[in-house]
Design a binder for this molecule. Structure first.
Ligand SMILES: Cc1cc2nc3c(=O)[nH]c(=O)nc-3n(C[C@H](O)[C@H](O)[C@H](O)COP(=O)(O)OP(=O)(O)OC[C@H]3O[C@@H](n4cnc5c(N)ncnc54)[C@H](O)[C@@H]3O)c2cc1C
Length: 356
């Protein structure tokens, strides 16, 4: 089977690695050259670690686990707890380089500096910027948010949130005091973050706001930060597959992002695994579980940020702090919802009520 992949981010590479595992040697096209930077907070939940361990990839040597997590609404809600669930921070340049290295080491073909500019779905070929044509049996599109092929194929436009980010070298010197800080916006879905990595601090904000409003919010929370860089992330949509035969989406290109956290690294990697199961085994059950999981986060987001409920939610979280921390850890940061999770939540709530 001749499989072509467009995009060398976590989702495209994951699809490539899973294909190699199944004995298929794909060709991956990336418009840039590695190592290449990518605007990103670099937060990885345990879900990401699990996905990569299925691929026998360890990235612990390039990850940092800040000891604390703070979640706040920027005003009176302030939850602080120990990071005992293994939330990590990575730098995308290193992380993506490590993944692509593994892909090449395991036999994957990489064509760097090759932007795919067009596609012919009838004759089944793609065209790069130099005008060369490559034929496919199956095409995997992992071009990230707002890519050109999705548009070219007239697929439903995904709702993208604008994110602004600023990186600063080593703001806090003591690793023992470092934390992951999340500031939920109470009037719009989205949040701001300050992630204190080993030698750099990343501050950012993402929401369905325009540039000026977003920048003002960023400045209100963090103060003026100098130059802010911007990029999009799919936010608040159900992931969907293409309706074109033998053309598939992975990662941001298909909307595989947790709508509450904007977390896309782990889900991108998971979507690569799910897709290869569809291609090789004609089995979409993994993809269904993944979408169900993401649907849950979308409903959680709608519940949390709905205009009428957000103030009430914040007050409730303030009042039931222990329970709120449990929800943050188990449901939001572990980032992998299941029926088992629901049961655990109910049990915990029940115990908590009786305990009082
Ligand atoms: C500011 C910001 C902060 C974020 N923070 C986090 C976070 O902390 N944790 C988290 O989990 N997620 C975060 N995300 C989301 C995360 O970055 C994405 O979900 C993730 O990168 C998706 O991976 P992907 O492989 O689908 O796409 P990408 O990582 O975007 O990779 C797409 C690749 O395709 C290449 N490409 C695009 N078009 C073409 C073409 N036509 N031809 C050839 N190559 C092409 C690009 O150069 C790129 O290398 C953040 C996003 C933003 C914008």
């Amino acid at each position: 089977m001749n499989v072509l992949i467009v995009g060398g981010g976590p989702s495209g590479v994951s699809a490539g690695l899973w294909l190699l595992k199944k004995g298929i040697k794909p060709i991956l096209f990336e418009k840039r050259t590695f190592p290449r930077d990518k605007l990103c907070g670099g937060l990885i939940t345990p879900k990401g670690r699990e996905e990569l361990s299925l691929l026998n990839i360890s990235y612990n040597h390039i990850a940092f686990e800040p000891p604390y997590i703070n979640i706040s609404d920027g005003a009176d809600l302030n939850l602080r707890f120990k990071n005992d669930i293994g939330i990590q921070l990575i730098k995308r340049e290193q992380f993506d380089d490590l993944l692509i290295d593994e892909y090449v080491k395991r036999g994957g073909i990489l064509k760097e500096n090759q932007e795919i500019t067009d596609i012919n779905t009838e004759k089944k070929y793609i065209i790069n910027a130099q005008g060369q044509e490559y034929f496919y049996d199956v095409l995997v599109i992992g071009e990230g948010a707002g890519g050109r092929l999705r548009k070219r194929l007239n697929q439903t436009k995904l709702q993208n949130a604008l994110c602004l980010e600023h990186k600063k070298k080593d703001e806090f010197s003591c690793d023992d005091e470092k934390s992951i800080n999340v500031y939920f916006l109470d009037d719009k879905p989205g949040y701001a973050w300050r992630f204190e990595n080993r030698d750099e601090t990343v501050t950012g904000i993402g929401s369905l706001l325009d540039y000026t409003d977003l920048k003002n919010k960023f400045n209100n929370i963090f103060g003026e930060a100098g130059k802010l860089k911007g990029a999009f992330v799919p936010y608040g949509i159900q992931p969907s597959q293409s309706n074109i035969q033998d053309v598939y989406f992975v990662g941001d290109a298909g909307g595989y992002v947790n709508s509450l956290l904007g977390e896309g690294i782990s889900y991108g990697i998971a979507s690569g695994r799910a897709l290869v199961d569809i291609i090789v085994n004609k089995d979409n059950s993994l993809d269904c579980v993944l979408r169900k999981n993401l649907r849950f986060y979308l409903s959680l987001r709608n519940l949390f940020f709905s205009k009428s409920l957000s103030k009430l939610n914040i007050n409730l979280l303030k009042k039931y702090e222990e329970f709120a921390i449990f929800i943050c850890k188990e449901f939001i940061l572990r980032s992998d919802f299941s029926v088992y999770g629901y049961k655990k939540l109910l049990q915990h709530f029940w115990r908590y009520k009786i305990g009082r």
